[in-house]
Design a protein. Structure first.
Lengths: 113, 112
């Protein structure tokens, strides 16, 4: 199965600023996914990112707030824009692993102050 | 609303006790089912999955799960837990278009 390196692992940011989270996969994958895990809650899918096309966002998430890049088959970024304390969460990326299922990055713990 | 339900939010067991964590989903049609585990400070890891075939699937570390289609359930079991099984466990359902929906998670604490 693919191995995903995600960074940063954690950050504390000022409200109104933006943070870009990076995920690097050790093999080529068609689909990558971005999730949010708010405190005490489960994982919620933010968007699906395919290489060469715009990301597909789930209900409640918009591109202006969470722009995503997918420049090639091994890399993706998620930007959390104009942050507020409500954006404090763990953000995870994931890659489709075929018959294996899905692989996840280690997560980015974001605190907005 | 379509969802994945894990009714046990926190389970506390002593070592050697048997474990069963419930997972129910409300989607019709064909689904793929997963159990993931997140050990403290670590990333999500796949415990086991069901795509088709034998509804009793075996995963890593002695875990197994049974898919009961009529009950829309995919419960996780382990006959004898260890202290090292302390972790959060997530059930997940994959529908069409590769959308993975997670349950709310169950925190398992195993007392030595």
């Amino acid at each position: 199965s693919a191995v995903i390196s995600q960074k940063p692992s954690r950050d504390i940011c000022q409200r109104g600023t933006s943070l870009t989270i990076q995920c690097q996969v050790d093999s080529q994958v068609t689909m990558m996914f971005w999730y949010r895990q708010q405190p005490g809650q489960s994982l919620t899918l933010i968007a699906t990112a395919n290489q060469g096309s715009e990301a597909t966002y789930e209900s409640g998430f918009v591109i202006d707030k969470f722009p995503i890049s997918r420049p090639n088959l091994t890399f993706s970024t998620l930007t959390v824009s104009n942050m507020s304390p409500e954006d404090s969460s763990i953000y995870l990326c994931s890659a489709e692993g075929g018959s294996y299922g899905y692989t996840f990055g280690s997560g980015t713990r974001l605190t907005v102050v | 609303a379509q969802s994945v339900s894990q009714h046990n939010h926190h389970v506390i067991l002593s070592e050697a006790a048997s474990l069963e964590l419930g997972c129910n989903y409300s989607y019709g049609g064909t689904v793929n089912l997963f159990w993931y585990v997140q050990y403290p400070g670590q990333h999500l890891q796949l415990l086991l999955k069901y795509f088709s075939g034998d509804p009793l699937v075996k995963g890593i570390k002695g875990f197994e799960a049974e898919f009961i289609k009529s009950k829309f359930s995919f419960n996780l079991r382990k006959p004898s837990v260890q202290w090292s099984d302390t972790a959060e466990y997530f059930c997940a359902v994959e529908r069409s278009a590769r959308q993975l929906t997670f349950g709310s998670g169950t925190q398992l604490t195993v007392l030595p």
